[in-house]
Design a protein around this ligand. Structure first.
Ligand SMILES: Cc1ncc(COP(=O)(O)O)c(C=O)c1O
Length: 318
């Protein structure tokens, strides 16, 4: 990153091309199937503007990551939000029931933010095959690395579906730790990549991230160590929760969502007063808090602060 600062006076156009090729190779796809974005947020924006608009609908889960909803609204679309199932998976039957020929985009965040939950791969596959032919599907795999090895989950990049309507979004902001440098990408058919590219900001990536991303992709040992650390930190979180008879939602990400059986805003404020910032409210889950896993000492501070909550704890023990 330091050496790339020397190139900061130039537009990183050559580097764009070589980074797209590098990402394509890492994912076993062709370079024309890859589109880079200023974070995967820009990928979501491009998808919204390419596939939505007046008279068209987006179907998404509730709650889920909101960026695409904001852009869909800006594009003039109607938004249909379908509550997650009681097990916090996407309610695919419910979403399918709402789909019509004017549903041009479906957003599936897997693992889902803010719940950290998985929607089974097989169910997503069945769902996609039943959608109207005019419906495109964005699968947001921001938390892919934390999903773990389970029959329930497989990336749509690693195990592609033979369906040209699928767009997968990935980011360098999570396991690669490069959120501040802003890089994300999409993998899709060359045709869809071209359609989305029209809405890209010119020169949307920067001279530093093109170098950093290459180094990040090369350093598989470090990535594996980060994944392991997250697994350990997550396990410790659940140990601490269990010791307090709490039952967080099973997490497949680098954050945990937990029912406090108390208005979330008051719990959030309690932590804020103690200099700990946790996630904001996520309606309609108004008694749940979302906690990003921090360093071990930060998590110890979290639990000390939790134990100071001035509410009767027995109401939380369900
Ligand atoms: C599910 C999901 N998708 C996309 C993003 C956007 O990330 P970025 O724009 O940094 O790639 C986030 C960030 O929190 C996220 O949680």
């Amino acid at each position: 990153m330091k050496s790339s600062i020397g190139n900061a006076n130039r537009y990183p156009r050559m580097e764009y091309k070589s980074l797209a090729e590098r990402i394509a190779a890492a994912n076993n796809v062709k370079p024309e199937q890859v589109l880079l974005g200023c974070g995967s947020t820009e990928i979501l924006r491009m998808a919204a503007f390419a596939f939505l608009g007046n008279g068209r609908q987006l179907i998404q889960a509730s709650p889920t990551f909101e960026a695409i909803e904001h852009y869909a609204r800006a594009a003039g679309s109607e938004i249909i939000s379908v509550r997650l199932t009681p097990g916090f998976a996407h309610d695919l039957d419910g979403m399918l029931a709402r789909a019509t020929a004017s549903t041009t985009l479906v957003y599936i965040c897997n693992p889902n933010n803010p719940t950290a939950t998985l929607t089974p791969r097989k169910d997503v596959e069945n769902f996609i095959t039943k959608l109207p032919a005019s419906t495109f599907v964005v699968i947001d795999e921001a938390y892919h690395h934390y999903a773990g090895q389970s029959g329930m989950y497989a990336s749509f990049i690693d195990r592609p579906l033979d369906d040209e309507r699928v767009i997968v979004a990935r980011t360098f902001s999570k396991v690669y730790g490069l959120a501040g440098l802003r890089l994300g990408y999409a993998v899709a058919s060359p045709k869809l990549i071209q359609q989305m590219q029209k809405f890209a900001t010119e020169d949307n990536i920067n001279a530093v991230v093109t170098q950093a991303a290459g180094a990040a992709l090369d350093d598989t040992d470090a990535i594996n160590a980060f994944i392991q650390r997250n697994t350990d930190d997550r396990q410790e979180f659940f140990n601490q929760a269990m010791a307090r008879a709490l039952k967080p939602i099973d997490s497949h990400a680098n954050f945990v969502m937990m029912n406090t059986f108390h208005p979330a805003e008051e719990v959030i404020q309690h932590f804020r007063k103690n200099n700990i910032l946790i996630g904001r409210r996520f309606p309609p889950m108004d008694t749940y808090i979302r906690i990003s896993l921090g360093r071990p000492e930060e998590m110890r501070a979290f639990w000390r602060t939790w134990d100071m909550l001035p509410y009767p704890k027995h109401s939380m023990q369900h």
